[in-house]
Design a protein around this ligand. Sequence first.
Ligand code: ADP
Ligand code: MG
Length: 566
Amino acid sequence: MRLAERFLPFAVAAAAVAVGYGLSVGLAGYFVYLGVSAVVAAIALLGLGVVTGTAGMVSLCQLTFGAVGAFVVSACNVAGVPGGFVAWLVLGGLAAAVAGVLVGLPALRLRGITLAVVTLGLAAAADLTLVQIQFPGATEGLPVERPEAFSDDRSYFFFAVLVLVACGLLVHSLRRGRWGSSWHLVAFSERGTAAVGAGVRTSKLTAFAVSAALGGVSGGLLTGQVGLAFPASFTAIQSLALYVLAVMSGAHLIDMAVFGALLWVAVPELLKRWGVPQDWGFVIFGVLGIQALAGRGNLGTAVRDLFHRRRSRGPAGVGLSDIADVEPLPPGEPVLEVRGLSVHFGHVKALSEVDVVVPEHGILGVIGPNGAGKSTLVDVVSGFLPRATGTVTLDGRPLTGSPTRRARRGLRRTFQQDRVPPGLTVGAYVRFVARRRLPGTEVAGALEFFGCPPARTPLSRVDAGARRLVEVVGHLLARPRVLLLDEPAAGLPHEEHVAFGRRLRQVPARFGVSVLLIEHDLDLVRSVCDRLTVLDFGEVLASGPQADVLADPAVLKAYMGETELL
Ligand code: ADP
Ligand code: MG
């Protein structure tokens, strides 16, 4: 990473602190108060940006997490817990994170509208409960003590800005790290996440926890602003509106979360000034939210697109850079052994009694017409179809369990469909898939070897064919024992297809990885694979050294269609 890029967030943070200070001194008193409200909303929106914007889950109870933070801060205030407001705020955030995990646990099994209903129901239930029990100190009228140095409204605003900047830096650094990559990946494809050996559960729960923690901090901060927390600040309808605002503004981008927060405060304020009932604000947010959800895109992406279009150099093509060939190694003992594999889908026998062996340093080609069962074979071996019968062993030991577990044992796979999340850069994605510390030179070298765009390129600017090569590179850098490739070059033009084959041939020697390749292009198969297994209607039609298989009359007749191969 370039030095400037590493320090940019800190420079932005310092600028934000300076602006915050300036505003705290210069703004009229009433605007200082509104400013705190905006900062509170910005922190809650940042959290929503993580869980919905980045990790792709619906969460309609963000203000319930806010209430948890407010409750903890109020309780600490009443009990006089040592450490003061700052410590209480942190405790509130932590308690909300725990609540986030508790909500996230059932969410592991729920998606889309169901998750929306459950989280909104939770928000409504919490809302009613709060009215019953009230916040600690509320009935006695015991206001929360602000930090000593920030006790008046102006300095409290500055304090709130400091908290926002800290939260922004936290989200920024998390998003650049492993958790952040896993959020992007899980939003785009749960299967893709499991296939890289990352836990789908962990990805979702960390997103919920971080999001809820930020919700909790925002609730705590609000309590410091108003002194006494009231249930009316944390209603289900407000959570819903905040979600809509997060979607609409694109709150997964930090600046857009701030922008959304300004709207959150400004719209009701303007309505009030114009003499319109403030609840119309919800209607306005609702209409804008429907626009965003209906796929018109959100404001954040629209702004970023403008910015990127100016900067973009366009996707780097897959070039034919000349890299010295290395001699292939002779195939050795079996690494992956599949015996007697059978799978049914209702009456369809997708695989029956299939045997497949991948030798060490080998590249086994699996060919067969559409619907022959090739992808099903990859699904079974990688653990995505647990109801198959038969045995799979890796290095002589049974390979069982979830896809995540199998990936961690050294069996990696790619998908026939695109599973590469557009929200990351090439480099961040490759590092995440590799799941180990990698020097930049190793990443760059592997990307260059396969003619992929450089690490800094956003994946959204890489075409579908090249994205799948990036996926291959990531898995190879994980150094698995075996990599299963399901038509990896399908999206590439012919000459790049050929170039890919040449590179693939060198994979066992360069990366120490054995390969099972599913491929349609027979030229490629011929130039790359030592051995072939032909599937037809779920059965093995022929298997053995490439030349023998391609000359097998049964193969010629059933699959290749007459004599065009001869
Ligand atoms: P290939 O990858 O060789 O083109 P597949 O493995 O995708 O073939 O499919 C093998 C057969 O199993 C096809 O007849 C397909 O329709 C069927 N099949 C695959 N997945 C499913 C599924 N999830 N449900 C029902 N049938 C399936
Ligand atoms: Mg297939």
